[in-house]
Design a protein around this ligand. Structure first.
Ligand code: AMP
Ligand code: ZN
Length: 483
């Protein structure tokens, strides 16, 4: 039985989807004004692990992640870069897709963009206005929080407590400091759309209410995002959606702890961040994922070089075993012994861990116990039947690769092919060297040119010849299901 800690009820609850085996899940995605940082990546990766685990359990997950592509920060960037806000958003959306692919994050079913949902956004605001939850002041439309008695139920605060809180925007026009913008009147030079309230653009919160409703319906199973979104973003989404539809918006609210640096939240505004793409130049995606999976999603995690270096080291054991498995599968020994290992026990333990509010650190521990026991069996026995390796692979494929994304079997076999590739290139370098000694320059040039044609460039120096791989064509990454 899977249980999930629900921010809304502040308890761990048994997970009961509305329409099993279907599960509908919405995750707040990036505001595309810059490359995302490794703190954002923590939220995206933990959401991905949850989604993959639901699929492991046999659920059919419809997974939506929005892109906020109209926002103050995008406009600010477009002014500083002196180019259209749309171009800024397009460029960083493209970068977002490249980076999540590198992080082995499974693509969402749809990545809705706010600017493609202006009509739906206007419809909800109109409904809120009709029902008396919204008021228009000179082209700015605000949500009236005092009309929604349950306001504060997600963050667990009462309206008057929230009002005395520091981080609310002061605006003379609003009836209450907690009221928030549904529609913002256009300022000179800003992107705008026509609306019943004049030219303007949507507020951030209403975008998620509109996009989640369009793609998942009025009530859906899971809504996730970082802790910073509980208030006001998710609180406001609930107020808007429930006031508009009269129905419960979301059954399970899941929130991710912050990735911190020196116990402070990693964020663009504090300047204490590393972009995910820079981190991936140093560490593998698997190491980043393992480092994150080894801490429970809800708690804080302190980011450091050591964290990733130690994950990279931990992965060695997993990679070595994966390579051994691939080698043995090639050898294909059909006789020999099959060591006794209780595969079911590890599977049960892995599932029990993840069933307990996605306890991925415990699930990682199960995988490392499994590796230790498999290695012991390999050390204690000679001539092991391929069936054993196939069972080991099956377990790791479903858990380490399938759910956690900390292993890539295709890399384990290409690493072997990589060694072979290296040997073959070295052999050609030697043959070219011999051809040169025999003054057969036609042949030596041919070897150099034909290698170059397939993306291998030879570099001669006094100490000998080395090679490097060069790009032979550009590969375009097409974002899946983008709207
Ligand atoms: P943003 O692009 O700022 O809207 O953030 C995208 C996602 O990353 C949201 O779900 C945020 O809650 C999350 N996020 C932002 N900073 C951090 C952090 N330091 N640690 C974990 N998640 C974060
Ligand atoms: Zn959102």
């Amino acid at each position: 039985m899977l249980s999930i800690y629900n921010t809304l009820t502040r308890t761990k609850e048994e997970f009961k989807p509305i329409n099993p085996p279907n599960v509908k899940m919405y995750v707040c995605g990036p505001t595309v004004y810059d490359y995302f940082h490794i703190g954002n990546a923590r939220s995206f990766i933990m959401a991905d692990i949850i989604r993959r685990y639901l699929e492991f359990k046999g659920y059919e997950v419809k997974y939506i992640m929005n892109l906020t592509d109209v926002d103050d920060r995008i406009i600010k960037k477009s002014i500083s870069e002196k180019r259209d806000a749309k171009l800024v958003a397009d460029d960083y959306s493209k970068a977002f897709f490249e980076d999540i692919q590198k992080l082995k994050i499974k693509p969402a079913d749809v990545y809705p963009k706010a600017t493609n949902h202006i009509e739906e956004i206007i419809d909800i605001i109109k409904k809120l206005e009709e029902k008396g939850f919204a008021y228009n002041i000179d082209g700015n439309v605000f949500y009236n929080v005092n009309k929604f008695p349950e306001y504060g139920k997600l963050s667990g605060k009462k309206i008057d407590e929230l009002e005395s809180g520091a981080r609310i925007e002061i605006n003379e026009e609003k009836k209450d400091p907690l009221d928030f913008a549904l529609w913002k009147k256009a300022k000179v030079g800003e992107p705008y759309w026509e609306s019943p309230w004049g030219k303007g653009r949507p507020g951030w919160h209403i975008e998620c209410s509109a996009m989640s409703c369009k793609h998942l319906g009025e009530t859906f199973d899971i809504h996730a995002g970082g802790n910073d979104l509980i208030f006001p973003h998710h609180e406001n989404e609930i107020a808007q959606s429930e006031a508009a539809t009269g129905k419960k918006f979301v059954n399970y609210w899941v929130h991710f702890g912050f990735l911190n640096i020196n116990n402070e939240k990693m964020s663009k505004s504090l300047g204490n961040f590393f972009t995910a793409r820079d981190i991936l130049k140093i560490y593998s995606a698997e190491a980043v994922r393992l480092a994150f999976a080894q801490t429970h999603y809800a708690g804080p995690l302190n980011f450091s070089d050591e964290l990733l270096a130690s994950a990279e080291k931990g992965l060695e054991k997993l990679k070595n075993l994966a390579e051994k498995i691939e080698e043995e599968i090639k050898i294909n020994r059909v006789d020999g012994i099959i060591p006794q290992l209780e595969f079911e026990k590890y599977k049960t333990n892995f599932e029990a861990a993840m069933d307990e509010d996605f306890n991925s650190p415990q699930a990682c521990a199960v995988i490392f116990d499994f590796i230790r026991d498999v290695n012991r069996a390999i050390a204690e026995n000679e001539n092991i039947n391929i069936k054993f390796y196939l069972s080991v692979k099956e377990f790791l494929r479903k858990t380490a690769e399938g759910v956690l994304g900390i292993l890539d079997f295709s890399k384990a076999s290409t690493q072997n092919d990589g060694a072979l590739e290296n040997d073959l290139i070295e052999l050609l370098i030697k043959l070219r060297h011999d051809a040169k000694l025999e003054k057969n320059y036609a042949l030596s040039d041919r070897i150099r040119n034909e290698l170059k044609n397939i993306g291998i460039e030879l570099q001669d120096s006094k100490s000998g010849t080395t090679y490097k791989k060069i790009k032979i064509k550009n590969v375009n990454i097409l974002p899946p299901g983008e709207e």
